[in-house]
Write a protein that binds this ligand. Sequence first.
Ligand code: COA
Length: 167
Amino acid sequence: MPDPDMFNEITAIYPGSFDPATLGHLDIIERASRLFPRVLISLSEGSNSKQFAFSVQERLEMLDRIVAPFDNVTATSFSGLLTRYARQEGSMVLIRGLRAISDFEYEFQMASMNKYLANEIETIFMMTSPRYHYLSSSIVKEIARLKGDIAGLVPPELRDDIEAKFK
Ligand code: COA
């Protein structure tokens, strides 16, 4: 039987590119903050093949702003393997949001590979709230680029930065 007190010490990591963070990400952040005593929103500095619109500093600064209201949530960045970073932070839980069936294959592969690399670390999936199922960072960037209204898609405190980027 695990010691019940260990649940008071768990650090969960919600990793991602957050290019930029959307209301869908914020939905997961809010819910994770209620489940875990300490949550790190951890920005990957870019070992995947994506081309980013926002620099690491810009993305981290935006994450700092949206996590400010949560006492137990901190924005961080990491380079290299996520599992190595999780071990450094003493974290045994990774959180990922799942929007639709289409996310499953990629997430399944990533969770399985992370399990292979660090067997003690568990990936926990949270269903994205239905109102955000259609949302992605790419869609937000496309709408901003085409001068559409992104107000209902991103945290209000990020709106000006995102619009300014695509002026
Ligand atoms: N609401 C809205 N959108 C969401 C969402 C949610 N709840 N959850 C995910 N998304 C969208 C994002 O907007 C993003 O959209 P985009 O493809 O249009 O940019 C996409 O889903 C995924 O982005 P994000 O959640 O930011 O994460 P990611 O898939 O870019 O992150 C890492 C991947 C960083 C976790 C992964 O590459 C990693 O761990 N890298 C470190 C290196 C490593 O360890 N590699 C081995 C891994 S097996």
